[in-house]
Each structure stands twice: as C-alpha cells, then as structure tokens.
Design a protein around this ligand. Structure first.
Ligand code: PEP
Length: 240
C-alpha cells in the first residue's frame, strides 16, 4: 500500500478563497485534505487528484442535535476519510474515549475511512515507556471496543507533546515513534485488527518527513501546520 499523507488544516484558513487556493495548490495524488467542515464542499469541488477528509463527525444521523455533521452528510458531499479522536478535541472539548468509540463505529458503518488518533501527553510520556504503552493500549481498547471489520480503520500515533512543537526541541524521533508504532500494530492485531495501517503525526514538516516516511513500519504521516504551506506539503507528498 502506498503511504498516506493526511493534511489536517484544523481551523484554517480564515476564508473560502484561501481554502480553494490551498486546495488547488495541494491537489496531488496521494494527499488527503481535511479542511474545516465549512469549506468541505468547496474543497471537494476543487480537487481532482487528492481525497477529501473531515476532521470529525457526529455519531447519529438526523438527530435533534445542533452544530454537528453526520457520517451520511459527510459521505454525500464526497468525504472519504474522517479524523476521529484528535488530541485537540480530547483536550479542548473533553472528548472521551466513549464518544470516540461511538464516532469510530458510526464512521465505519457509513464506510468512511477512519483515522483514529491516539497518543500520550507529556505528563505520561515523562513517566516512561511502560506507562506510555499502557496509556495508548487503554485508548485503543476503549476507542475500538465492540468495533468489528477494521478494513477501513487507520490509526495515527500522535504523541500529544510532539504536536505543533516545531519551534521547540520537544519532538518525537523516528526511532521512538517506530517502536510505539510496532507496539500499536502488535496490540491491534491481538484485538483482531490485522494489518491496520499506523501513521505518525507530530510536527512533521518537509525536513522531518523523510526520516519518518523512510521507516517501513510507518505507513504515512498526519500533518498539521505544514499542510497549510503548499510547497512544504507537496514536498512531503513527493516522498511517498
Ligand atoms: C496534528 O494536528 O495532528 C498535527 C500533527 O499537527 P502538527 O503537524 O502541526 O504537529
């Protein structure tokens, strides 16, 4: 399988004009573009080669719930991938593993490809490898509880302390990330998710990408900040 490069635009850009411009500039084979919901349609109409992804979904269809988007709604505008359980949602919106689990199930039921984000924060990371592994395993178990048929499941290992930190020296290394990704693959396999692709995410830019993407064990990268810079993002995609 070709390695995946996912661009998570988060709350950027500010305007539809800029969103369309960025989509045009990064419309290349192998890229998955995840704009904010408000720009999904315009980005979807713009791209010809890249795939469309959403940053989140709600787990019910046609419910009396305000301000959300369902799997069915996302699908009908051409969304193929959806990020679930991103650490910014777990932190800022207090999204629990139980909610993440409902979202994973809803997305898979709608045949969306799920990018499930897991990863430890700095506090846990500082407690060492045993604690880190236990934390990530617990996340996986809770998030995937009762989930079957994982052919559309992708896991992204995103150590929270390494996200958006390219201005500090606090970033995960390809060596350490590879060890965790091996562990995630082994544990996922024991849970019945054989051959689940596992990506790395955390301050991947055009310089760091090569080191991660050259590791056989890492099936791709989830890119935040650098996905907003067309040149940098295209350089990353050119590596796969
Ligand atoms: C992310 O948002 O998932 C991410 C990895 O961001 P950044 O690349 O900016 O660290």
């Amino acid at each position: 399988m070709k390695k995946l490069v996912i661009g998570n635009w988060k709350l950027n850009p500010a305007t539809a004009i800029e969103a369309v411009r960025l989509a045009k500039a990064t419309d290349v084979e192998g890229a998955v573009l995840c704009p904010p919901d408000i720009f999904l349609m315009q980005v979807g109409e713009t791209i010809k080669k890249a795939s469309l992804g959403a940053q989140d979904l709600f787990w019910k269809d046609a419910a009396a719930v305000t301000g959300e988007a369902s799997a069915v709604q996302l699908k009908q505008i051409g969304v193929l991938y959806v990020i679930v359980g991103h650490s910014s949602r777990r932190e800022e919106l207090k999204e629990t593993d139980e909610l993440v689990n409902l979202k994973v199930k809803a997305a898979l039921a709608a045949k969306l490809k799920v990018i499930l984000c897991v990863g430890e924060d700095l506090d846990i990371h500082k407690q060492g490898e045993v604690k880190t592994r236990a934390f990530v395993l617990e996340q996986l178990k809770r998030d995937l509880d009762g989930v079957s048929g994982g052919e559309n499941l992708i896991v992204a290992y995103e150590p929270v302390w390494s996200i958006s930190t390219s201005n500090t020296n606090l970033v995960d290394t390809p060596e350490e990330a590879s060890i965790m990704i091996r562990y995630i693959k082994d544990e996922s396999s024991k849970m019945g998710f054989d051959k689940v692709p596992v990506l790395y995410g955390g301050s991947v830019d055009s310089k760091r990408a090569k080191d991660f993407l050259s590791r056989g064990i890492i099936d791709g990268v989830l890119v935040g900040k650098a996905s907003l810079n067309a040149e940098k993002f295209k350089q990353i995609i050119s590596l796969v």
